[in-house]
Design a protein. Structure first.
Length: 191
């Protein structure tokens, strides 16, 4: 009888340990170590980079339970930065993002799978499902806190989101490509 009780206690301890191990932790995006960038081809000859300087978000993540993981990110459109104030003002205008009417870009995940995060990207009032190939690093415990990192890139067509402004060049082609390469580099700290 005593052996049965000991066996049941060991099994209960293992179950509790495995559940605790599988539990997802919540992380808050660290703005000092995170970037949301993009690159667009200009006049069919160069790539112009930019980024957003203000954003927030949380990530719930368990390396042993990807199905229980999630991400919710909000980007302030008015914080767009291409290092040229006149261009930034044009990008904030109704020709592009219409920041006054649509002040945020959001991404809300629907699924984490090995090497990918799928979710709803909403920009200029339009929501589309995208899948981002990612690398997730960590969690690591350093200097008294736990953190994870997520890096990835994906290309979207800006026309899909109603970001339509363009100009046909005299020699053919477009002033701004429709394809936009998005890069993310996130560091997030446990709550």
């Amino acid at each position: 009888m005593r052996q049965k009780v000991q066996a049941l206690l060991i099994i209960a301890a293992l179950l509790l340990t495995s559940k605790a191990f599988a539990a997802a932790d919540t992380y808050v995006i660290d703005p000092m170590h995170t970037s949301f960038g993009f690159t667009v081809q200009h006049m069919m000859i160069s790539n112009v980079p930019g980024e957003f300087d203000k954003f927030s978000g949380t990530i719930t993540y368990s390396p042993t339970d990807l199905a229980g993981s999630s991400a919710d990110v909000s980007i302030d459109v008015d914080s767009i930065n291409t290092r040229i104030a006149k261009r930034d003002a044009h990008l904030k205008s109704p020709d592009f993002f219409d920041a006054a009417k649509f002040p945020t870009i959001t991404f809300v995940s629907t699924k984490f799978t090995p090497g990918y995060i799928t979710g709803n990207l909403t920009m200029k009032g339009v929501t589309k499902v995208i899948t981002i190939p990612v690398t997730i690093s960590g969690p690591v415990n350093e200097m008294g806190h736990q953190a994870i990192g997520i890096t990835g890139s994906v290309t979207i067509n800006r026309q899909d989101y109603g970001v339509n402004w363009n100009k046909t060049l005299d020699q053919g082609g477009l002033a701004v490509s429709n394809d936009v390469a998005i890069t993310i580099s996130i560091e997030a700290d446990a709550k």
